[in-house]
Ligand binder design. Sequence first.
Ligand SMILES: *[C@@H]1O[C@H](CO)[C@@H](O)[C@H](O)[C@H]1NC(C)=O
Ligand SMILES: *[C@@H]1O[C@H](CO)[C@@H](O)[C@H](O)[C@H]1NC(C)=O
Ligand SMILES: *[C@@H]1O[C@H](CO)[C@@H](O)[C@H](O)[C@H]1NC(C)=O
Ligand SMILES: *[C@@H]1O[C@H](CO)[C@@H](O)[C@H](O)[C@H]1NC(C)=O
Ligand SMILES: *[C@@H]1O[C@H](CO)[C@@H](O)[C@H](O)[C@H]1NC(C)=O
Ligand SMILES: *[C@@H]1O[C@H](CO)[C@@H](O)[C@H](O)[C@H]1NC(C)=O
Length: 679
Amino acid sequence: MAPSSFITITTIFIFILVSPILASTPPVSPDVGLILTRIKPTLGGNDTTNNLLLKTWTLSLPLCQWQGLKWIYTNKTPLQCSPISSSSSQWSNLSLSFDTSLHLFSIQLPSANLSGTLAPEINQFSYLQYLYISFNSISGSIPLTIGYSSSLSDVDLSHNLFSGSVPSSIWNLCERLVSINVHGNLLSGSIPEPGLPNATCDDLQNFDFGQNQFSGRFPGFISGFKAIRELDLSGNNLFGEIPEEIGGLNFEKLNLSYNNFSGVLPDFDFLKSKSKSKFGVESFEGNLNLCGPPLKRCDRSSTGLSSGAVAGIVISLMTGVVVFASLLIGYSQRKKKSNVDEEDEGFDEEENDEETGGGEGKLILFEGGEHLTLEDVLNATGQVMEKTNYGTIYKAKLADGGTIALRLLREGSCKDGGLWLPAVKQLGRIRHESLVPLRAFYQGKRGEKLLIYDYLPNKSLHELLHEPRPGKPVLNWARRHKIALAIAKGLAHLHSNTETPITHGNVRSRNVLVDDFFVARLTDFGLYKLMIPAVADEIIAAAKADGYKAPELQKMKHCNSRTDVYAFGILLLEILLGKKPGKTGIRDGFVDLPAMVKVAVLEETTMEVFDVDVLKGIRSPMEDGVVQALKLAMGCCAPVASVRPSMDEVVKQLEENRPRNRSALYSPAEPRSGLDTPF
Ligand SMILES: *[C@@H]1O[C@H](CO)[C@@H](O)[C@H](O)[C@H]1NC(C)=O
Ligand SMILES: *[C@@H]1O[C@H](CO)[C@@H](O)[C@H](O)[C@H]1NC(C)=O
Ligand SMILES: *[C@@H]1O[C@H](CO)[C@@H](O)[C@H](O)[C@H]1NC(C)=O
Ligand SMILES: *[C@@H]1O[C@H](CO)[C@@H](O)[C@H](O)[C@H]1NC(C)=O
Ligand SMILES: *[C@@H]1O[C@H](CO)[C@@H](O)[C@H](O)[C@H]1NC(C)=O
Ligand SMILES: *[C@@H]1O[C@H](CO)[C@@H](O)[C@H](O)[C@H]1NC(C)=O
């Protein structure tokens, strides 16, 4: 009873108070109401009542005399307010504030002594296109709601005291944004990225985030903004490389000074005359580790830079930091897709294109990679996963949301001309459940080569075996057996089931990817076939250091299925013993797994040589195939090549000597349904 009667009385009370006002004057137009109730009180800060400009925003003055505001009718014709124009009746028309077909079109209050904040209701002006409030002392944060404005296209908040981060909602404005300027505030955090990775913000011409406290990396997404003419990121704390693609944009003004950018400056003049840099030192100064014209020369020898493209990424990897950076390969701003080759033809002399500046490189697609386009690959955003002596592997995000693994072969590591082409085509045809498929191959105009694989979010076997991590699954014998058998099948396929048998050439635990269900896949097979002999022989040097090199193998060109079998033998011992073969990194230490096994057998301590997890839950190492696997491994790494078994034989033996307790494959917590296991 009581509450409802209270409400009724209150309502009547309000009605009595308000109705005389309502009766005498019509309601103000919605935008006028917002200005008076939300914007004016907050923008002015303490001084609202004294601010000369804000004082004019009052119903006792005609709308046309409100300073700094412009209005537009619903039909998009502007309200003509000039006091001297012939239609000057509006200048003194007090009724305009009540005309509901009038909407706020722009706020232009530069240098207006404003010291307040920007109210979140700023997004409720559905016709507001221009917001210029530079050179004031407006503080607080940029309201998140600004991104929900329906018409805002020009935003100038420069030279104020805005703090906090820039809400990523501003990218909701992407499609109509022409200019965004937050220069000279106290803004921090990273520069927000557009929600869509392939955003192009087609009308955006000016992006000025200079003289703030922004941190993080260069906002690489800008390279997608083809209309951009002015970019100012100066005076922030941005670091890392400047993506080379940025050089392809047609800037009229550019300032990247006074940050912590490093690496090689992109060529900002590549479409123009090469003789004189369009932008001078003052566009780039104050970045200690940045080099290249017009700044100091890059010291190539000490940094080990490869041609422009990947240099920075590789360096960052060396620092051990996980790096996000655009893959800067080729000149991706050109949208031609015409160069995509389907498997064949005209692929031999790309390197000669350098002078013309016209070539973009070529993409050969293989089965399962048909959806890839040159543009996809060039615009992919990469993260370094691993670096080997002959190249770098990236996890790369495609604009459509897909992920691929890219292996970039080191500059100069590949054979010239088309000599590698037959090999690439052969690798591209190989399909087996235990082999990571090659989906496409790209050669850039500077000769850089990219192998494009499926990205598998898997651990390497090396990581699983040797890098302790809390929560890591226990590698019991059933799991290890499953992995070993998959590797053996993959190798057997390479050795015998392809049209032209192929040697893997680099069998090692780092080249085995294992997923959550212990499905193992070999990667990196046959890459030596693309390389010049000197680089291919570096694979041997690495194999030697890591203990996988067959004794008879001296030159990569002599590698064959028997040398693969040797490496597999070492790998199988590694799986069984849980020990990392090869150099230990401590003085001249070297773990010789076959020798360890021989000693253990002689000393009759064979059972002690196994990894403790291998024997867990095993009733009889004999009946579960553990001992047979050890013998098999020792046979594979026989010093004399001719006595080693073939991979087909290895597969057969592993299949005949399986762990009996297959349920041991799964811990109780792991799902068992829907698994594609060979058991
Ligand atoms: C505005 O008000 C705040 C507290 O409300 C006060 O600290 C500040 O000094 C005032 N500024 C001016 C210019 O009066
Ligand atoms: C701004 O404020 C200063 C003093 O705080 C005053 O002298 C000046 O007239 C004001 N200017 C405007 C445009 O309000
Ligand atoms: C004043 O503005 C109102 C609302 O737009 C309009 O209806 C009226 O005709 C105007 N008066 C004159 C004298 O222009
Ligand atoms: C510049 O960036 C590097 C990392 O790239 C960092 O180690 C260094 O501390 C930064 N320097 C400054 C002054 O921020
Ligand atoms: C870039 O900004 C810095 C201040 O951060 C300034 O000294 C320099 O003159 C500007 N360069 C250009 C080209 O405007
Ligand atoms: C951007 O990617 C989305 C899907 O992620 C797609 O629907 C859209 O067409 C793409 N736009 C452009 C311009 O490529």
